[in-house]
Design a protein around this ligand. Structure first.
Ligand code: PLP
Ligand code: COI
Length: 340
């Protein structure tokens, strides 16, 4: 561990580390394990498919230094599989799970001194898959690059686990049926920057997107999934293809059911969510972030006087307890970094 680093200062921002992983293939060649090289710019054709037509995917996962002094990944196989589904959607050659897992292990091991101490944050692992070869017509690129860089991170939202204020986006949508909302396509994110910045100017932490067809159902919170709680039941929007299937979302569903809560995956009307007792959003970066209020049109719903709800807090402790190994890994979600 980097003993002299001020780990308490970590935010969700880029702290460049020394080593990245990269591998490239031509056309439909089989992916082969790549190599580690110094972190830094990569040469790329101005006509690269990813630069011109957005043929690219990213992933986001975390490695933790646990209370048992191990370095573990949280469900990295799920990230590998999601990237494969995304590759299929964007007509890129999918990276085999074995190559993906070997790559994340190699790059985290090479930068292991940047994995924060237990409880101070995590190492964020960012795999990218892109059409890096030149192409002029709108078509799959002739060659592909799979690379991974890592960076230590702290909380995604300012204020850590404090409840956040959210604004329902009245004029913008994140995804439409048949589009790419269900995969982590890089092109899904730039169109969210203006709505997000505009909401931040008004004092909100993020926007909530509604479905593009009826404009009545909650889909996602910026780059995180949505849950609300009524009594002892959790509600989260069902996966219809326009919502990213979050790995944290899936973990929370399993954790909540294991703890005796009912979880309903169905369409969640904004009006219904604004009558709920608690609400939170979740993701690798966001972990579980309690929602203090939602503003929709002229209406503002405040949850629990703006303080995190008890079920939200319980699930936060359960999830982070597994990730830090202060609780048992009853679901087998942790993947230890092998000794190199
Ligand atoms: N929704 C979107 C749009 C995201 O970008 C993310 C982040 O990956 C999530 C939800 C949460 O997914 P996960 O829990 O797998 O990080
Ligand atoms: C994540 O939760 O990993 C994300 O991808 C969120 C954001 C940084 C895009």
């Amino acid at each position: 561990m980097n003993e002299s680093y001020d780990w308490d200062s970590l935010t969700f921002s880029l702290t460049p580390t020394e080593i990245m992983y990269i591998t490239e293939i031509q056309g439909d060649e089989a992916w082969m394990p790549g190599k580690l090289q110094p972190y830094g710019p990569i040469p790329m054709s101005p006509a690269a498919g990813v630069l011109n037509y957005g043929q690219g995917l990213f992933e986001g996962m975390k490695a933790f230094r646990t209370s048992k002094d191990r370095i573990v990944f949280f469900r990295p196989e799920e990230n590998a599989r999601r990237m494969q589904r995304g590759a299929d959607r964007l007509k890129m050659p999918p990276v085999p799970e074995s190559v993906f897992i070997d790559a994340v292990e190699q790059v985290v091991a090479a930068n292991s001194h940047w994995v924060p101490p237990t409880g101070k944050g995590a190492m964020y692992v960012r795999p990218l898959l892109m059409g890096s070869g030149p192409i002029l017509g709108v078509a799959p690129a002739p060659s592909y690059t799979f690379l991974i860089y890592v960076t230590p991170v702290g909380p995604y939202f300012k204020g850590g686990v404090n409840a956040i204020d959210l604004l329902i986006s009245e004029h913008n949508h994140r995804a439409a049926p048949g589009g790419s909302g269900g995969v982590k396509a890089i092109g899904n994110y730039a169109p969210g920057m203006k709505p997000s910045k505009d909401a931040k100017k008004l004092g909100f932490a993020e926007v909530i997107y509604l479905d593009a067809e009826t404009h009545t159902c909650i889909e996602e919170v910026g780059a995180a999934n949505f849950f609300c709680v009524k009594g002892k039941t959790l509600y989260t929007p069902e996966l219809t293809g326009t919502i990213l299937p979050g790995i944290t979302r899936d973990s929370i569903i399993q954790l909540a059911r294991h703890r005796g809560y009912q979880v309903v995956e169905e369409k969640v009307l904004a009006d219904f969510a604004m009558e709920a007792d608690e609400a939170f959003c979740c993701g690798t970066a966001a972990v579980i972030s309690p929602i203090g209020s939602i503003t929709h049109g002229g209406k503002k719903k405040v949850y629990g006087n703006g303080l995190p709800g008890s079920i939200t807090t319980e699930l936060y402790s359960a999830l982070t307890g597994i990730q830090s190994e202060t609780d048992d890994d009853v679901f087998g979600w942790l993947h230890e970094l092998p000794a190199q």
